[in-house]
Design a binder for this molecule. Structure first.
Ligand SMILES: [Zn+2]
Ligand SMILES: [Zn+2]
Length: 146
């Protein structure tokens, strides 16, 4: 995708929150955990990891929802204060990383997952391509979601 230009631009559903992504994602993970079913209100979520410094909030106000992950880490989840659209989350398990919800990007062609996690709770209808890395739960070495 040679025509992808940085910064990437993203925004929430109501448009009040706008943000920039300043550099390419480190990796993109699809998460099939039951929390992500709730959060996305559908079947899975995608998290695209970047160094904290590569995320820049341009306009709008984010609210925070804090939860404790199964790993024991504290996860702060940031969403638009008006429309509730999740923008990113940040875990004490990976303090230097933000995990952005790439469906909020203006140009979603950048989305290309590297790994699927928590396939143990995957919804039956979802078919994962054979050639992609999969973990039944959370991989030890790649703290992909939380
Ligand atoms: Zn909004
Ligand atoms: Zn999840």
């Amino acid at each position: 995708m040679t025509d992808i230009q940085y910064p990437l631009e993203g925004n929430c559903q109501c448009g009040q929150v706008r943000y920039h992504i300043l550099q390419p994602f480190l990796y993109q993970a699809v998460c099939h955990c039951t929390d992500c079913h709730k959060m996305s209100a559908t079947s899975f979520s995608i998290s695209a990891a970047i160094p904290k410094d590569a995320f820049k909030l341009i306009t709008g106000q984010l609210k925070t929802y804090t939860k404790t992950a199964e790993s024991g880490h504290t996860v702060n989840c940031y969403f638009c204060a008006d429309c509730g659209n999740r923008i990113y989350h940040h875990s004490t398990g990976s303090p230097d990383i933000y995990r952005v919800k790439p469906g909020t990007l203006e140009d979603t062609r950048i989305i290309k997952p590297d790994v699927h996690v928590w396939t143990r709770s995957k919804q039956d209808w979802v078919k994962i391509p054979d050639d992609i890395l999969q973990y039944e739960t959370q991989p030890e070495n790649q703290n992909a979601n939380t």
